[in-house]
Design a protein around this ligand. Structure first.
Ligand SMILES: *Cc1c(COP(=O)(O)O)cnc(C)c1O
Length: 356
């Protein structure tokens, strides 16, 4: 820490992303990326002509991109804002709407960035316990006056809330905002986007990083009532008006338009998830019921941390979290069937060694 860092930030504990090793080639099942390349339409569109326009700024209103999102989600354009990844969108939301008096309540296990943003922006943070089975009970939020941020399906557990539960949560109080982070919704949950017409206290966040194979392009969205979107634009234009670069804008637009490839990828992930869940259960693992592109699993044969380390030695990267409640688990991103088979073979080998 330098002697110049502002006092306010001296205790900031930054978000720790999953490893992105650039040296050795791993089977990468640790950061919930798609194993599939972006749509061919994306690859075709990022041509010489577009690259040669990089001397010009990108569209600060992201019109073509937002039009593509409006089309896909069947919602008017003034109900949408686009960001440099949904992380940026979340930052805009936290900055715009939450503070040290009226803060944010989140499930105790969820996306690690939520408490980090609270720290960065001096926002009150409340951790709400999960049920014994790691699920969220929306009734636990009924008496909370602070705003609520929940990922659906939930991050790290993969467990989803139903559309009716989301509706119930939003209806509990019109005096607080509810943010539903739908990073994983395409893999098996129902989107709450249609509810934004009915509720002016709901924001739905989505990303192109997981189900659309564009993690490296950094594009995300928020969907909400037009006055909430206007507020988010005020923050955006006070921070970084050209927040999405030209090439990412085109990539995301083309990915949204190619519905067939999107469906293919999502279906493959769901099939491969079933394959790996069956395998893990056969090997005696406890596996949480996932509706996402990852599963959280534990065994009593080897600790989560050791299994993570052993797999890494074998060239397979998974994610291990130190949070007490899930520190015996590993989180496995669903990859291609080939990757899942290699993962299964390595796990089998490690388990055999440890049983003796
Ligand atoms: C991956 C993820 C994000 C971040 O997505 P980006 O669009 O890549 O910034 C946000 N929320 C949750 C729950 C995620 O899992």
């Amino acid at each position: 820490m330098s002697r110049f860092l502002s006092n306010e930030l001296s205790k900031l504990a930054p978000y720790v992303p999953g490893e992105q090793p650039q040296d050795k080639k791993y089977i990468k099942l640790n950061t919930n990326e798609s194993p599939f390349a972006p749509s061919d339409e994306v690859i075709k569109a990022l041509n010489k002509e577009e690259v040669s326009k990089l001397n010009l700024y990108s569209d600060p209103e992201a019109k073509n991109l937002i039009k593509a999102a409006a089309n896909y989600y069947n919602i008017e354009e003034n109900y949408i804002i686009a960001g440099n990844g949904s992380d940026e969108i979340l930052a805009f939301i936290f900055k715009a709407f939450f503070n040290s008096n009226k803060g944010v309540a989140c499930p105790e296990i969820s996306y690690g960035f939520y408490p980090v943003f609270c720290n960065l922006f001096n926002i009150k943070y409340i951790s709400v316990p999960l049920k014994e089975d790691f699920s969220i009970d929306v009734n636990d939020y009924a008496n909370i006056c602070d705003n609520v941020v929940i990922a659906n399906p939930n991050a790290q557990t993969g467990i989803k809330l139903s559309f009716n539960d989301i509706k119930k949560l939003v209806s509990q109080s019109s005096e607080r905002l509810v943010v539903i982070d739908e990073a994983y919704v395409d893999f098996g949950a129902e989107s709450a986007v249609p509810l934004i017409k009915e509720f002016d206290n709901l924001i739905v966040v989505s990303t192109m990083s997981k189900s659309r194979s564009l993690a490296g392009a950094r594009v995300g969205f928020a969907f909400a009532n037009s006055s909430l979107i206007a507020d988010l634009n005020t923050v955006k234009f006070s921070f970084n008006p050209y927040n999405i670069n030209r090439l990412s804008m085109i990539a995301a637009q083309k990915a949204l338009e190619d519905r067939e490839y999107f469906k293919f990828c999502v279906n493959e992930i769901i099939k491969n998830r079933e394959f790996i869940v069956d395998f893990l259960k056969e090997e005696g693992f406890k596996v949480l019921p996932s509706s996402a592109n990852f599963v959280l699993a534990e065994t009593n044969v080897i600790s989560g941390e050791n299994l993570y380390l052993k797999l890494k030695e074998e060239g397979v990267l998974v994610r291990h979290f130190k949070d007490e409640k899930i520190n015996n688990f590993i989180r496995i991103t669903i990859g291609s069937l080939e990757e899942m088979k290699i993962f299964a073979q390595k796990v089998k080998k490690i388990i055999e060694e440890y049983k003796i």
